[in-house]
Design a protein around this ligand. Structure first.
Ligand SMILES: Cc1cc2nc3c(=O)[nH]c(=O)nc-3n(C[C@H](O)[C@H](O)[C@H](O)COP(=O)(O)O)c2cc1C
Length: 183
């Protein structure tokens, strides 16, 4: 059994793609969050959870808190994928909105740009996207980010890049080295 596990929840595959790249780079086990083996999480030193950002929040974050991150000894890392640009102030807003103060201090948090494909959405998500678009279209003036989001929601868009996982991979490697007992 490996020391690190990557668990993901992915609706249309963008988070899953990142999870696969991360697991390969770190030589980690990889699971879809729907099929994690009961009781196995406690054996890992590092648990990495990846999920998409949806209007209401980070997918299944409450579940991850209680089912994945319940062992105090573990290093906890979350990567969130979304369509928003990956600028620092936007990431800061995401962390503040969806994560508790203690989590922001203790967990490794990473934002990776995902993608959007209208053909891969559920009926419900398609409806939500129409609402989001309507809301943006009704605004008198749009910021450049909002204009970008509006364009991104019109057609298939894929921002996933293998190189984007590098900061997370470096972080996990560094943290693991720090934990090795010195000889
Ligand atoms: C209904 C819906 C709402 C979304 N809301 C947001 C959002 O508020 N912010 C954002 O950055 N991306 C948003 N997105 C984009 C998704 O986060 C992005 O497509 C993500 O990569 C999906 O990952 P997954 O397919 O692996 O679940 C939304 C997408 C959908 C379909």
């Amino acid at each position: 059994m490996k020391q690190t596990v990557v668990v993901y929840r992915s609706k249309s595959g963008y988070t899953k793609q990142y999870a696969k790249w991360i697991a390969k780079a770190l030589d980690a086990d990889l699971f879809d969050g729907r099929d994690i083996p009961a009781g196995q999480m406690k054996h890992y030193e590092t648990v990495i959870y990846g999920a998409g950002l949806y209007t209401v929040g980070v997918s299944h974050l409450r579940w991850a808190r209680t089912q994945l991150f319940k062992y105090p000894h573990q290093r906890k890392v979350v990567f969130v994928t979304g369509l928003s640009p990956d600028r620092e102030e936007i990431q800061e807003t995401i962390w503040r909105k969806h994560f508790r103060e203690k989590e922001r201090r203790q967990w490794g948090l990473f934002y990776l740009r995902g993608g959007f494909d209208p053909d891969r959405l559920t009926v419900y998500d398609r409806f939500l996207i129409r609402l989001l678009k309507l809301k943006l279209e009704q605004k008198d003036s749009l910021t450049s980010d909002e204009r970008g989001m509006l364009v991104a929601y019109q057609q298939p868009t894929d921002f996933t890049r293998r190189g984007s996982i590098e900061p997370l991979v470096r972080y996990v490697r560094r943290e693991s080295e720090d934990r090795q007992p010195s000889l």
